[in-house]
Design a protein around this ligand. Sequence first.
Ligand code: G16
Length: 559
Amino acid sequence: MKIQTIQTTPFDDQKPGTSGLRKKVKVFQQPHYLENFVQSIFDTLLDDDGLPSGAVLTIGGDGRYHNRDAIQTIIKMAAANGFTRVLVGQAGILSTPAVSHLIRKYKTFGGMVLSASHNQGGVNGDFGIKYNISNGGPAPEKITDTIFAKSKVIAIYKIAELPKIDIDTVGEIAFDGVIQNTKFVVQVINAVDDYADLMQTLFDFPAIKSLLASGFKMKFDAMHAVTGPYAQEIFVNRLGAPANSLMNCIPSEDFGGGHPDPNLTYAEDLVNIMFAGEAALDFGAASDGDGDRNMILGKNFFVTPSDSLAVLAANATLVPAYKQGIAGVARSMPTSGAADRVAAKLNIPCYETPTGWKFFGNLMDAGKVTLCGEESFGTSSSHVREKDGLWAVLFWLNILAQKNVENGIVSVEKILMSHWLEYGRNVYSRHDYEAIPTEAANLVIAHIKAQFTSLVGQSFGTYIVKTCDDFSYHDPIDGSISHNQGTRILFEDGSRIIFRLSGTGTEGATLRIYLEAFEPDSTKHHLDAQVALAKMIDIALQISQLKERTGRLAPTVIT
Ligand code: G16
């Protein structure tokens, strides 16, 4: 195998965001753009102790436009940079949690995930790339900072001269290695089986199978994205759900022209099915582009991701994998405190981390937490080191199956109502203002911060501001500190308003407002969150002057 060393010049915009590098496809298609970033990753890995002999790299993506081309390039660069084997998902497809599982199961050195997650795909859409370390989780900030630093000074990249590789046929293709008498092997693996097997070890498949056979009706929406084949194997082939329990399950390069973000706005078709009054089904769920997010719906009922985490934690012992109990829970700072209440009752720790799954890795590796969750539709456990959409769906089905056996038909809504009766309700909503000019968004944040001192002690109706700050996280395991992780207005009664700029968008800035108020009174638990939070929403707009400063009169997405 011949290795080419190609001269290149740096791009100045390769700073990884909340989850890897995400840009428009057209940006990634510029000559050397992808190669520079991949080489910067490899240079970062080679910096430490170098690659161990026999290092294997897992590669897979969500099947979006540019996935196949990028995979061919990464395979050749992996060969040139000292990997001896790559594991590639068939057709280049692997969900993010499946990559995490494969890294862990086959002890590969790391993995490349090609995805812009919930962002739109297609030739005019987004592409992304993320490196995962040997624990299966996203590279921590220490590594992503180094990758960015390398990308700013890169002068060459290395790429092997290899023919176009067939990634559609399961099997192995061996090439002569860089060093004499060695081989470089491309191993194309079935994308679904290992992951489906893992799920079967965690959950009570016979109980879920009985539930689905009992007339309980569900619909899973893969949003034309990566989980389609996984859902077919798990729900239909292994759990016996009828084929019409699935929708949009054939992955497409542009996600059917849609936005593969499982929320109340972009999963509209599923939402219409689940909010069809009497005709609505018992259970609905959706996942995103790369399969790590999940949305859970009951009959005419939406479960916020924050509540979902709390319900999973409270009911974990109903699931075989967690029947001995959970070690602890972690949630991102903007996620509601519902899980904290469960943790307190279970007498287990609850950690508050910045937004981004990478912050959970250390806690899970140290055995401090079992379940983690984020308000951004992410929930998972230490079975992998990523959030896991289908895992969350199966967890809910397992809980429902178990409660049905014990009590007859128990709806998702009933589970939430009993949960709130026991713990109180952390009423929660997130308002997103997408694609606003970056400068205007920065000015809104600066305007809020300028009021940090004057706001303290101010009353807004019955709400009195207790403190304002920028959230910082001190990692209890490695001691690292992450600053500027969200601007918080905290009220005397525990209510919160948080402002944060998204780290995953590719167009202008997305400003997120997170709103939370605690409601102990069960006669008010049925209230719509927008109604219950109306005063908080007013306060957020008043403090931020968002309408005046951006000209936006309403959020793009409300969850
Ligand atoms: C990514 C991260 C999540 C994080 C989310 C926040 O999600 O993996 O851990 O919560 O971004 O996004 P933002 O910075 O836009 O608020 P995903 O599903 O896009 O990989």
